[in-house]
Design a protein around this ligand. Structure first.
Ligand code: ADP
Ligand code: MG
Length: 428
């Protein structure tokens, strides 16, 4: 996408063109409209991806220079970054009447005071000096701030600024937009986000690098006929803040939703057969956490960013490794903990080992652990019928690290009843 295709003020487009920017970088493309739409935002992307302009361009666009007030406040961890940030905004706003200014420690308070009196629209500040101004010097008015940006949030945390940011954020009690930029999302930042951001849009680049580490891969070996009961038990027992249950077809999805609707509150379903308004409506309700469980097919689920999903359940086994990755990638995002639960029946066992190998999965088994050995390459050509019975039987007891007090001899029975005792064991 090109800057010339956007609805930017001509002065801004001219400046951006002067800077040599023609195409938006991926992070700019993904965040710009959200910033302009006044959404709260959480953007994760590595350094050097163009986050400064991703924020700076829409901010300059939104400022009303006829109002003499700090309308945007940008927090950065260091003086260097403050200068760099304000330098970029200076360039973007060059042909406008927008006044940016950087404020940081180790520089004359009097000059900074005078500058603020003169009129500043966009203030870039390090937390320490800003707090000085708020607390001690008391000569700064943030009541006109419409956008608060926390840049390099993870870096701020490392430098021990988290309490300062917390304090500054708690000072902005009026309605405003909050944008967080970071390369990683540690837990403490997550707490701030939960406290201060309203339904943030989450944009993350290079998510493949992070999601697998925070994602636990659970598996349940089951017969086809038992799946529904096991699913119901699982949904009741597991602490699911939000979950997506994947089916392989519309037909399956509709059948499943009929089974679950009476049993669970705030549940919805989505598949390619629904018209666009209904799809949009359910996505929006899901995004706003009005729906906690969503039955979905792959077509409908692709490419959507649902950040609060704690569980992805593959009720129907995903066909293909990529599909497994796509589906399970809906949880465990931004470094949060996520759980993928996949139901496996006999007919899917064959491909399981290669899924584990390719995706480097260390599976957590619930209930009976099937023997994958019987399905390894050298045995694959053996008589299937002969192995069919063996497969259905529970694995030897030594493999089961825990069976939650059930009688191992009744493995198949407690499997059917939906026992979900967690077992982690190596798969041969
Ligand atoms: P980050 O904040 O992610 O570290 P920066 O905003 O500092 O990244 O941008 C990194 C570099 O990319 C800077 O030199 C900046 O001038 C340049 N840059 C940013 N946006 C564009 C663009 N759309 N086209 C070309 N270069 C860009
Ligand atoms: Mg940056």
């Amino acid at each position: 996408m090109k800057f010339s295709e956007l609805d930017l003020k001509p002065e801004i487009l001219k400046a951006v063109t002067n800077m040599g920017y023609e195409d938006l970088t991926p992070i700019q493309e993904k965040t710009l409209s959200h910033v302009l739409n006044n959404r709260d935002l959480l953007a994760r992307a590595e350094t050097g991806s163009g986050k400064t302009a991703a924020c700076g361009i829409p901010l300059v666009q939104m400022i009303d220079p006829s109002i003499n007030a700090i309308q945007a406040l940008i927090l950065v961890p260091t003086r260097e970054l403050a200068l760099q940030y304000v330098g970029e905004i200076d360039k973007i706003s060059r042909f406008t009447d927008v006044a940016p200014f950087a404020m940081f420690g180790g520089f004359s308070v009097d000059i900074q005071k005078a500058k603020l009196r003169d009129g500043v629209h966009i203030l870039v500040a390090t937390p320490g000096r800003l707090i000085d101004f708020l607390y001690r010097i008391r000569s700064i008015d943030l009541s006109g701030v419409r956008t608060l940006v926390v840049d390099e949030a993870d870096e701020m945390l490392k430098m021990g600024f988290i309490e300062d940011i917390d304090f500054i954020m708690s000072c902005l009690i009026h309605e405003h937009q909050t944008l967080f930029f970071a390369a990683t999302m540690p837990e403490e930042i997550d707490r701030l986000i939960k406290t201060y951001l309203k339904e943030p849009v989450r944009v993350e680049l290079n998510k493949e690098q992070v999601s697998p580490q925070s994602l636990a891969h659970h598996f349940q070996y089951t017969g086809r006929g038992d799946r529904l009961n096991i699913l119901i038990t699982y949904l009741k027992k597991e602490e699911i803040s939000q979950g997506i249950i994947f089916c392989n077809s519309r037909h399956h999805a509709e059948k499943l939703i009929r089974e679950l609707e009476g049993r669970f509150k705030s549940i919805g379903y989505i598949h390619g057969g629904l018209d666009q308004p209904r799809r949009t409506s359910i996505f929006e309700r899901f995004r706003r956490n009005k729906i906690s469980l969503m039955v979905a097919t792959d077509v409908a689920g692709r490419g959507l960013d649902f950040s609060h999903v704690s569980h992805v359940i593959n009720y129907d086994y995903p066909s293909g490794l990529e599909r497994y990755t796509n589906r399970t990638g809906r949880t465990g995002r931004m470094g949060r903990a996520g759980t993928a639960m996949t139901f496996v029946t006999d007919r899917e066992l064959k491909g399981l080992q290669s899924l584990f190998n390719t995706n480097r999965i260390d599976p957590v088994w619930h209930g009976t652990i099937p023997s994958l050995q019987a399905f390894s390459k050298q045995n694959r050509r053996r008589d299937d019928k002969k192995y069919a019975k063996k497969r259905a039987r529970p694995a030897p007891q030594s493999r089961r690290l825990s069976n939650n007090g059930n009688d191992p001899a009744k493995g198949e029975r407690w499997n059917r009843q939906g026992d979900l005792g967690e077992t982690r064991a190596p798969i041969s």
